[in-house]
Design a protein around this ligand. Structure first.
Ligand code: NAD
Ligand code: IPM
Ligand code: MN
Length: 358
C-alpha cells in the first residue's frame, strides 16, 4: 500500500490537481495499484483556515506519505501579509523539512506542440532537456536575511550560501541522471562574479571525476539564458542552484509550448518526493476552468516513476497525454489553429479515458 498525500493549494491548484487525481484513479483501476489517498491544506488555503501556510497536521501527513502530489500556492489575497505567513513560505518550509534538495524539471517538446512554442519549430523540435535545480539551499534559505533600518533608510538583504556537501550531492544527482540520458551535463554559475558559484564550479568539476563518461561543461547564467532561446537543443542535463534554476526552468517551459506543460519532481536522498507543476497558482485564470492540467498530470507520472518505482505506469500516463494531443485537444495556452480548444476538465477526462482504454 502506497500513501499519497494530495495538497491542492490555491488558485488553479485545486482545478488541476482534481484532473491529476482523475488520472490517478484510472491508473489505479488499470494497474491494480494499492494506493491510499489523503488530502491536506497548504498555502493560502491553510492561512485562511489555520493562520499558517504549513500547519503541523499537514507536515505530519507529509512526513508519513510515500509521495506528495502538489498543486500550486499563492495569490494576491495573501501578498500583503507578513512574510512568514505567506503561502510561498509554506512550500519552502515543506521542501526544507522533507529534505527535498533535488528538483528535476524536464522540458520536453511533444512533436504535436511544435507550433505552440513561441520559438520556430526547427529551433525546438526534438527538444529534451532536464534541469536539475538545487532546492533547499542557496539564496532562498541563506542567513542572514531581512529588511532593516540603517543610516535612515531601509536596507534589504539576503545571503547566497552553499556548503560543499550541498553542492556535491546535487552534482551527483545530475551526473547519475545524465548517465541514463545523453551523458552531457552543463553546470550553470556566475563564477566570474560570485564566490559561492566559483566554488560551485570547482566542486562540480571535482565530482565529475567519478563519472569519466560524462561530458561536463560550464556556462555563466546570463549566457545560458540566452543560449536557451538561441539553440536549446545543445543541452542535455543542466545543473544549477536554487534561484538560477527557478528562472531558467520557467524560460525552458516556453520552449515546450507553455508553462502549463512543465512537470517537476522534488526528491530527497531516498527518492521520497513531492511532485508539482513548475507553474504557480495563475490568479489571472483561476476559477475559469481553462488552466492546462497536463504539467500536473505529468508530475503524477514522475511520482509513479521515482517514488513508487512504477516506470510502466509513468510511461502509460505519458502515452495517454500524447494520445490526447494526437486527438487535437488543446487548452487555451497551447491552442493553435486547426486544433480543438478544451477546458481543464475535458482535458483531464480525455487523458484518464486514454489511459483506461490504452
Ligand atoms: P504563474 O506561473 O502562476 O503564472 C504565470 C502565467 O502563466 C500566468 O499568465 C498564468 O495564467 C499562466 N499559467 C500558469 N500556469 C498555467 C496553466 N497550468 N495553464 C495555463 N496557463 C498557466 O506565475 P505568477 O503569476 O508569477 O505567480 C502567481 C502566484 O503563484 C504567486 O503567488 C506566486 O508566488 C505563486 N507561485 C507558486 C508556485 C508553486 O506553487 N510552486 C510556483 C510559481 C509561482
Ligand atoms: C517554483 C516557485 C517557488 C520557487 C515559489 C512559489 C516559492 O516559483 O516552484 O518554481 O521559487 O521555488
Ligand atoms: Mn518558479
Amino acid at each position: 500500500m502506497s500513501k499519497i498525500l494530495v495538497l491542492p493549494g490555491d488558485g488553479i491548484g485545486p482545478e488541476i490537481v482534481a484532473e491529476a487525481v482523475k488520472v490517478l484513479e484510472a491508473a489505479q483501476q488499470k494497474f491494480g495499484l494499492e494506493i491510499e489517498l489523503d488530502q491536506a491544506l497548504v498555502g493560502g488555503a491553510a492561512v485562511d483556515a489555520e493562520n499558517d501556510p504549513l500547519p503541523e497536521s499537514t507536515l505530519t501527513k507529509a512526513r508519513a506519505a510515500d509521495a506528495i502530489l502538489f498543486g500550486s500556492i499563492g495569490g494576491p489575497k495573501w501578498d500583503a501579509i507578513e512574510r512568514d505567513k505567506r503561502p510561498e513560505r509554506g512550500l519552502l518550509r515543506l521542501r526544507s523539512a522533507l529534505g527535498l534538495f533535488a528538483n528535476l524539471r524536464p522540458a520536453i517538446l511533444f512533436p504535436q506542440l511544435a507550433d505552440a512554442s513561441s520559438l520556430k519549430p526547427e529551433v525546438v523540435s526534438g527538444l529534451d532537456i532536464l534541469i536539475v535545480r538545487e532546492l533547499t539551499g542557496g539564496i532562498y534559505f541563506g542567513q542572514p536575511r531581512g529588511i532593516k533600518e540603517e543610516n535612515g533608510e531601509r536596507v534589504g538583504f539576503n545571503t547566497y550560501v552553499y556548503t560543499e556537501s550541498e553542492m556535491r550531492r546535487i552534482a551527483r544527482v545530475a551526473f547519475e541522471l545524465a548517465m541514463q540520458r545523453d551523458k552531457r551535463v552543463l553546470s550553470v554559475d556566475k563564477a566570474n562574479v560570485l564566490e559561492v558559484t566559483e566554488l560551485w564550479k570547482e566542486v562540480v568539476t571535482e565530482e565529475a571525476k567519478a563519472y569519466p563518461e560524462i561530458e561536463l561543461s560550464h556556462m555563466y547564467v546570463d549566457n545560458a539564458a540566452m543560449q536557451l532561446v538561441r539553440a536549446p537543443k545543445q543541452f542535455d542535463v543542466i545543473v544549477t542552484g536554487n534561484l538560477f534554476g527557478d528562472i531558467l526552468s520557467d524560460e525552458a517551459a516556453m520552449l515546450t509550448g507553455s508553462i502549463g506543460m512543465l512537470p517537476s519532481a522534488s526528491l530527497d536522498e531516498n527518492r521520497k518526493g513531492l511532485y508539482e507543476p513548475c507553474h504557480g497558482s495563475a490568479p489571472d485564470i483561476a476559477g475559469q476552468g481553462i488552466a492546462n492540467p497536463l504539467a500536473t498530470i505529468m508530475s503524477l507520472a514522475m511520482l509513479m516513476r521515482y517514488s513508487l518505482q512504477r516506470g510502466d505506469v509513468a510511461d502509460a500516463i505519458e502515452k495517454a497525454v500524447e494520445a490526447v494531443l494526437d486527438q487535437g485537444l488543446r487548452t487555451a495556452d497551447i491552442y493553435t489553429e486547426g486544433t480543438r480548444k478544451v477546458g481543464t476538465e475535458e482535458m483531464g477526462s480525455a487523458v484518464a479515458r486514454a489511459l483506461a482504454g490504452a
